[in-house]
Structures are given as structure tokens and as C-alpha cells.
Design a protein around this ligand. Structure first.
Ligand code: COA
Length: 257
């Protein structure tokens, strides 16, 4: 098993099952992730996925460097395509992804966290993109997603120095939005997931599309995109349910229709 998948109705927890290799990314792990992403898309009850790593040492230590040593240049190319597919799959999924960064998130590990919608970090964890110290550059979207997440100046400060940041600096940089003591990390991530999952599924999907799709568009085009995403919510049963629940002074029960 490459992943441990805990199904908890609207929220699932996906744990990279590779503690001995510090949850580093293997070809098998990537292909299982792509399969889970396809399953998630078809799973109606599911609204939010918490993504984490086994143990306390690492969220994900990047590419599996031992497997990499046995790979041809062609294999590395295929690996990068699969990684790109998986990270775009997370980003464009109708489900919301919460990274629970339980330990080191380095290289591809940070890139995996960056593809998620929310990031919650253990106070004992660290994050970084060490690639320029290894004779390469971040190749899993790190140079692009990090700059989009925290700005060009801060991204350069991290990428060009290859340094690691702790939870205090990650919070100050906006690289994560929540931190928790290691023993409370899972609970904090599940709390965040529950806050997401109580909302209307179509709204979650449309809001994610509006934010991600509009970020780099000129404002008028971005507002048009937001408007299209908004219009798609108007005919839904969940919107009617929310209005009824408001009138009846109760919590709405959303079905994703
Ligand atoms: N690929 C394959 N194996 C890895 C790995 C990786 N990226 N990172 C760690 N491991 C393996 C180690 O080789 C070691 O295996 P061994 O027991 O067979 O010797 C095992 O995981 C434990 O590693 P260790 O460094 O002792 O664990 P730690 O808990 O002290 O530190 C890290 C954890 C993640 C901070 C540290 O392992 C690390 O810095 N790894 C490299 C990260 C990196 O540079 N990734 C590549 C980015 S491009």
C-alpha cells in the first residue's frame, strides 16, 4: 500500500505510507495518488481530503532519491509528467485539499503541499526547496506555485538560498495559514477540514475555480469568471436549502445538488 485512505464520510484522510523512506515520492506512490484523485472526483459524499505523511519526521521528503538513482533520463521525464498530473489533479479537483504538514516538507514534498488548498503545519516541522543545492531546480511546480503563494521576493529568498523555514516563519510568510503543536496537528487539520466540509459542495468547487482561475487574469476578466462561477450556484437545490434553513433558523443540510 502506498497510501492509507481513511474514509470518514465528507472528509477523508490520505496518508503517505512510507515512513521508513520519509514518505518520499516513488513512481508507485504517484500512480496510486492519481488513481485516488480519479476516485475522489467520482465520490459524491466526499468534500474535503486531508493529505499527510506517516510518522512524525516527514510530511514528504521529496522525490525518492534511492529510486531516482536507478532511473534512466526517460524514466525521470515520465516521473515528472506523472507528478505534474497529480499536482494539477489536486489543484483542479472539485474537492478541497488540506495539507497536514506533520514533519519535513522538502522539495517535491513542499510542492505537494503547495498544490493543496489549505496548509496546516506542525510546530516541529520544517519546509524548504533544497534543489539548487543539489544541482537542479524545483521541477514539480515549486518555482511557480511558491511565487504565486507568497510572492516573488519571498519565493526567491527560499529557492535561491535553499534554506528551510520553521512554522513561525512559514506562518509569517503566509506559506501556511495554521500551525499546531505536533500532538494536535491531526486534530487541527481535521478541524479545518470540518469547517470546509459543512459548506455547499458546488459552492466549494466554484469558489476554488474562481480564486485559482482568476488570480492571474486582468481584473475585468477575473470578475467575469467569478460571475460565471456565481451564476452556476444560483439554480442549485443547496442554495434553496440555505435560504429555507435561514428562514427556519436551522443549519442547512447540503446534498451537492
Ligand atoms: N528519498 C529516499 N530516501 C530518503 C529520502 C528521500 N528523499 N529522505 C530520507 N530518506 C531515507 C534515508 O535515506 C534514510 O534511509 P536509511 O534508513 O535506509 O538510511 C531514512 O529515510 C531516514 O532518513 P534520515 O535522514 O535519517 O531521517 P530524519 O528523520 O533524520 O530526517 C529528513 C528526515 C526528511 C529531514 C531528511 O531525511 C532529509 O533531509 N532528506 C532529504 C530531503 C531532500 O533533499 N529531498 C530531495 C529534494 S529534491
Amino acid at each position: 500500500m502506498e497510501w492509507i485512505v481513511e474514509e470518514r464520510c465528507e472528509v477523508e484522510v490520505w496518508t503517505i505510507d512510507g515512513e521508513a523512506r520519509r514518505n518520499s515520492i516513488t513512481r508507485a506512490m504517484l500512480s496510486a495518488l492519481n488513481a485516488e484523485l480519479r476516485r475522489a472526483e467520482q465520490t459524491r459524499r466526499l468534500r474535503c481530503v486531508v493529505l499527510t505523511g506517516a510518522g512524525t519526521r516527514a510530511f514528504c521528503a521529496g522525490a525518492d532519491l534511492k529510486e531516482r538513482a536507478r532511473m534512466s533520463e526517460g524514466d525521470v521525464h515520465v516521473f515528472h509528467q506523472d507528478l505534474r498530473t497529480a499536482l494539477r489533479g489536486i489543484e483542479t479537483s472539485p474537492k478541497v485539499f488540506v495539507a497536514a504538514v506533520n514533519g519535513a516538507a522538502l522539495g517535491g514534498g513542499l510542492e505537494l503541499a503547495l498544490a493543496c488548498d489549505l496548509r496546516v503545519m506542525s510546530a516541529a516541522a520544517e519546509m524548504g526547496l533544497p534543489e539548487v543545492g543539489l544541482g537542479i531546480i524545483p521541477g514539480g511546480g515549486g518555482t511557480q506555485r511558491l511565487a504565486r503563494a507568497i510572492g516573488v521576493a519571498r519565493a526567491k529568498d527560499l529557492v535561491l538560498t535553499a534554506r528551510r523555514v520553521d512554522a513561525i516563519e512559514a506562518l509569517a510568510y503566509g506559506l501556511v495559514t495554521r500551525a499546531a503543536p505536533p500532538e494536535r496537528l491531526r486534530e487541527a487539520a481535521l478541524e479545518a477540514a470540518a469547517e470546509v466540509a459543512r459548506n455547499a459542495p458546488i459552492s466549494l468547487r466554484q469558489a476554488k475555480r474562481a480564486i485559482d482561475g482568476g488570480f492571474h487574469l486582468p481584473l475585468e476578466e477575473a470578475l467575469d469568471l467569478e460571475n460565471r462561477m456565481y451564476q452556476d450556484c444560483l439554480g442549485t437545490r443547496d442554495r434553496e436549502e440555505a435560504l429555507r434553513a435561514f428562514a427556519e433558523k436551522r443549519r442547512p443540510v447540503f446534498t451537492g445538488e
